[in-house]
Design a binder for this molecule. Structure first.
Ligand SMILES: Nc1ncnc2c1ncn2[C@@H]1O[C@H](COP(=O)(O)OP(=O)(O)O)[C@@H](O)[C@H]1O
Ligand SMILES: Nc1ccn([C@@H]2O[C@H](COP(=O)(O)O)[C@@H](O)[C@H]2O)c(=O)n1
Ligand SMILES: [Mg+2]
Length: 462
């Protein structure tokens, strides 16, 4: 993963970074049309895959449960290697105590790889439930696993096959002393699985101990993190959760542009994105949730203000608008004012420059091809250029953007590497009309409850 080229990252950076949406309104962006400037069908958000290996009864499941609990604001699924035990033949079942459940060949790794491939491509999979008592994998009912932000793959030999290892973004080995593992195994197998202690000890000396030495322990070297004492090691688990959170909040574009900040996605934020993208959302709710999101973006942006300096810092508030010159001016003014109010509520340091004028100038320069130029971020570039011409140091500019398109981010970041961009989401891309998809429709119209027919063209007061 880390060996990805910049080109790969740019290519992959346009992937989904939102939870879901529901739109059917004619006024919203052209989501129904699959024709985009990117290959939309092939673009989907890649899950963060964590592998957890370690000896039997070392505490793998306990560690996974703790990670899942702490990542409560992310969608996490656990896939156990146990679910991929081969089905036993009648003969093997008859002499089950002779069967080695700790050998790599006892797992159907091809099936596991198939399931992972589907999940990585955004498709739900049915994973069998393994029953330790009957030694059977029951497909009825299987467990439906949906594509998620985080997939945890857990099992004694989950690091054994290099193809499975290759899928993982993080590898954890739970390291627990052999005597502790044996004591826990005896308790678990006798109490939970109702096995005879003699059978448990027999299996341990015949298969479990040697498989640990021959197959499991040698995979420890692949681990990025080794957790001694398993679930008792709260410090290690906290650090792991923190790392996962950081990685999840990081859009691929952030790896290319260090001055790009995408606010960390939580269920709350996803919910708000879903609501403002939904054409059925009432104006009242749209305003409410848009305001909440804007406040979050503004607050994040204000977090970048230096607190020792007192000189002015310009905050450029920008939002994509419809491409007709007269309308545009009106639109920019009302949206701009609304956003500035949010900024002003949060900071007394901010000074504002009326960028409505810039947009007019820009639109007259680019009248013919307004959408093409504006939606690619070029008007933002013009506006930032104007601030710089007015003497504002590039590094003092924070560009707040509710929802961005990757193309716009590339243009602005490349042109002004010292300008900070703060956004709540980077959408998938632009459609053939250069509108952000999925986008959220005409923000101004939805926020102010207007459309083309309602508009009265009045000169904006400055
Ligand atoms: N830190 C711990 N202290 C005490 N018991 C534990 C601890 N971690 C796990 N166990 C118990 O040991 C057994 C095996 O733990 P589990 O997490 O299922 O291990 P694994 O998934 O590696 O087989 C379970 O019965 C569990 O309740
Ligand atoms: N029918 C089975 C299948 C597996 N085992 C043992 O389970 C261990 C792996 O599960 P963990 O939760 O401990 O990772 C492994 O050591 C197998 O021997 C079994 O006893 N019966
Ligand atoms: Mg387990």
């Amino acid at each position: 993963m880390d060996s990805k080229s910049v080109e790969d990252m740019i290519e992959g950076s346009s992937g989904f970074h939102f939870s879901g949406f529901h739109m059917d309104g004619s006024k919203l962006n052209n989501i129904e049309k699959p024709t985009t400037t990117l290959a939309i069908e092939n673009v989907h958000k890649q899950p963060f895959i964590i592998g957890v290996a370690g000896g039997a009864a070392s505490g793998k499941t306990t560690v996974c449960d703790m990670i899942i609990q702490q990542l409560h604001d992310q969608r996490v699924v656990l896939v156990n290697q146990d679910s991929f035990y081969h089905k036993l033949t009648e003969e093997e079942l008859a002499t089950v105590h002779e069967y080695n459940f700790d050998h790599p060949d006892s797992f159907d790794t091809e099936k596991l790889l198939d399931s992972m491939e589907n999940l990585r491509h955004g498709q739900a999979v049915d994973i069998p439930n393994y029953d330790f008592k009957s030694y059977k994998n029951s497909v009825f009912p299987a467990r439906r696993v949906n594509p998620s932000d985080v997939i945890i793959l857990e099992g004694i030999l989950i690091f054994h096959d290099p193809r499975v290892r290759e899928l993982m973004n993080m590898k954890i080995f739970v390291d627990t002393d052999a005597d502790v593992r044996l004591a826990r195994r005896i308790r678990r197998d006798t109490v939970e699985k109702g096995r005879d202690i003699g059978v448990v000890l027999d299996q341990y000396s015949k298969f479990v101990k040697s498989a640990f030495d021959d197959f499991i322990l040698p995979t420890k070297k692949y681990a990025d993190i080794i957790i001694p004492r398993g679930g008792d090691n709260h410090v290690a688990i906290d650090l792991i959760v923190q790392h996962i959170r950081t990685k999840l909040g990081q859009h691929d574009l952030c790896k290319i542009y260090p001055n790009l900040y995408v606010i960390q996605s939580t269920f709350q934020i996803r919910g708000m994105h879903t609501l403002i993208r939904d054409s059925q959302t009432t104006k009242h709710d749209f305003v409410f949730y848009a305001d909440r999101l804007i406040r979050l973006v503004v607050e994040h942006g204000l977090g970048h203000l230096p607190f020792t300096e007192k000189q002015g810092l310009y905050i450029l508030v920008w939002i994509s608008v419809r491409g007709y010159a007269v309308y545009q001016l009106l639109e920019v003014v009302r949206v701009w004012r609304m956003l500035c109010e949010h900024v002003a509520k949060g900071s007394r340091l901010a000074r504002f420059l009326f960028i409505g004028k810039v947009r007019t100038t820009v639109s007259s320069l680019f009248m013919k091809n307004y959408h093409k130029t504006s939606q690619k971020g070029n008007t933002a570039v013009k506006a930032i250029s104007l601030l710089i011409r007015k003497g504002v140091p590039e590094s003092n500019i924070i560009f707040l953007n509710l929802i961005s398109a990757p193309q716009g981010v590339h243009v602005v970041c490349k042109s002004f590497p010292r300008v900070k961009i703060v956004t709540s989401e980077i959408d998938i891309g632009l459609n053939e009309e250069f509108r952000v998809i999925p986008g959220m429709g005409e923000f101004g119209d939805r926020y102010f409850g207007t459309d083309d027919d309602d508009l009265q063209v009045v000169p904006p007061s400055q």
